[in-house]
Write a protein that binds this ligand. Sequence first.
Ligand code: NAX
Length: 331
Amino acid sequence: MAEPIRVVVTGAAGQIAYSLLYQIASGAVFGPNQPVYLHLLDIAPMMGVLEGVVMELADCALPLLAGVLPTAKPEEAFKDVVAAFLVGAMPRKEGMERKDLLAANVRIFKEQGQALDKVARKDVKVLVVGNPANTNALICSKYAPSIPKENFTAMTRLDQNRAQSQLAAKIGVPVQNVKNVIIWGNHSSTQFPDASNAVVNVGGAEKSVPAAINDDAYLKSAFVNTVQKRGAAVIAARKMSSALSAAKAASDHMRDWFLGSGDRWVSMGVVSDGSYGTPRDVVFSFPVTTANGKWKIVQGLTISDFARQMLDNTGKELSEEKQEALDVCKD
Ligand code: NAX
């Protein structure tokens, strides 16, 4: 058995963490031979609830769970971690403007960036789930200058999984038969779910998804809208936001980053190098491949006029969010 690795989950008393912690502690993320020491961060008023989560983790009797540290102190939570799931964030309250939500969350991620910088391992891999995820990841990285900026990512894997599932259902194949669907841009309603390079295995033969579906209007409108609005549809039905699927997506993202994506592209929000004419230095979701703990943007794809418009639109939103966030950080 390997030595245990330290992994932190923030927002550990919340609903996404409630599913995510089991996945991490059962070996679904770091593999069946890798013990984990879980650090659980939440805010002070949630320590009672967190104690219940700690009890349940013990009651799961998981062989890979080497220990649990519940805390309300970021510097304790981030000490020596190799992986950080930053799930905790301020939820939108009634009457709160988007701007106020951004300001509240940017402050949290500034403070957590500073704490990571001080006490985490320099090779820590950070996944931001808490919204606005892309801009939170950017701010976190900015305040952790001793950690490479490639180590900060934002989650768009839930959007990718939603898109893949929609396409598989439309074609009538199992979900794993569809690959290389892309989420571009922001984890928001401006995101661009793009099936133009996706491929599908139908009865043993590989086909392009646009050829298999043969309905350009569907791929440009109903498909895009369904994926963009899936989060709202889940809230309308469940009266709570996506949690089971969000936790699964966070596990997928971190597992692929640590263990490799194989022959599949995966979408991750990463600090943009300007690829595909996107704004530099915003956290933009691209198709990437991962190997040996590193991600690489898939290059050389053809961008249609429609795609260009969609990429520019979501890029513009990210540039605006970045400016607003930097203004908040000045205070
Ligand atoms: P919950 O409200 O159930 O849990 C959030 C937890 O974070 C709470 O326990 C809260 O006390 C804690 N928290 C707040 N401030 C904190 C801080 N400064 N440090 C540590 N913990 C803190 O929300 P949940 O449903 O778990 O969602 C968490 C976040 O994920 C939200 O921001 C949500 O918008 C975001 N999502 C992001 C998705 C993505 O694809 N990137 C999809 C799912 C989800 O909507």
